[in-house]
Design a protein around this ligand. Structure first.
Ligand SMILES: CC(C)(COP(=O)(O)OP(=O)(O)OC[C@H]1O[C@@H](n2cnc3c(N)ncnc32)[C@H](O)[C@@H]1OP(=O)(O)O)[C@@H](O)C(=O)NCCC(=O)NCCS
Length: 231
């Protein structure tokens, strides 16, 4: 069943669990996989795309996962080709884990990060704070890794929802005191053509210890339904 507009779904999967990964991907995806020089990276890419296809296939119903066709927005946000299913989705991979968010009634973005991978990226995480946010009590000092990572995944989720990714500087988004909350409403301070007039709901998820995850949903969302994917 499709998610309710105010309740996006998230599916997650530890990497290395999908056997036969790569059998249902397209020629295009196989081509992309070939560009990875290391075998583990190639396998991880194919496993992620297989997982994404299986999840989307379970919502789209018809056609089967192998026949799903994607198209891309200007900066690469994938969507299902017109007529396949009326939903938005956002996929993320990080060492050890994959996740995908599915929504109806508005755009969705998801970001997932293995925290240990970011331990040495403190500078980049600090640069992602807007000047105003950097002066908030939660960020003062800028050395609480958990809060910095929460800020990062929330912003990446918002930027992925609208398809901009890092073509926009994360520090341009001012989240205010919402970071650190399990769920908060966010609205750009000025009219922003990419984010539109609506408010956005940002929800922080604790899927697995050691990982940070955020979902950004256009409009109101009361919660997220989280499921571990089992084949
Ligand atoms: C979107 C972006 C932040 C994702 O970064 P990442 O480190 O690969 O992170 P994640 O694992 O969380 O996300 C990867 C997935 O995001 C999705 N994605 C790609 N571009 C996207 C975009 N512009 N907006 C939203 N989602 C996007 C894809 O599903 C991708 O999975 P794939 O590699 O299997 O195709 C980064 O790719 C980006 O900034 N892209 C926009 C700018 C750019 O480089 N465009 C190049 C093509 S024009």
């Amino acid at each position: 069943m499709l998610p309710r507009p105010d309740e996006p779904h998230v599916w997650w999967l530890p990497s290395g669990e999908l056997t036969g990964a790569g059998q249902i991907v397209s020629a295009d995806e196989t081509q992309r996989a070939r560009r990875f020089t290391s075998h583990p990276d190639r396998s991880r890419f194919l496993e992620g795309r297989t997982f994404l296809r299986l999840v989307l296939g379970s919502y789209a119903g018809v056609p089967p996962p192998a026949d799903l066709r994607f198209e891309s927005g200007t900066y690469g946000k994938p969507r299902l080709q017109r007529g396949m299913a009326d939903l938005d989705f956002s996929f993320s991979r990080t060492p050890g884990l994959f996740a995908v968010a599915i929504s109806t009634g508005g755009r969705v973005g998801l970001d997932l990060e293995a925290k240990n991978r970011l331990q040495h990226a403190r500078r980049a995480l600090q640069r992602a704070l807007s000047p105003q946010d950097a002066s908030l009590p939660a960020f003062r000092g800028g050395d609480d890794l958990d809060v910095l990572v929460e800020n990062w995944v929330a912003k990446e989720a918002l930027l992925k929802a609208v398809g901009l990714g890092f073509t926009r500087e994360p520090r341009e988004l001012r989240l205010g005191s919402g970071v650190g909350e399990k769920r908060f409403l966010w609205r750009p301070l000025e009219l922003d053509p990419d984010f539109g007039k609506s408010s956005w709901t940002v929800i922080s998820l604790s899927i697995v210890p050691g990982y940070a995850c955020a979902v950004a949903k256009e409009g109101h969302a009361k919660d997220v339904v989280v499921n571990r994917y089992l084949r």
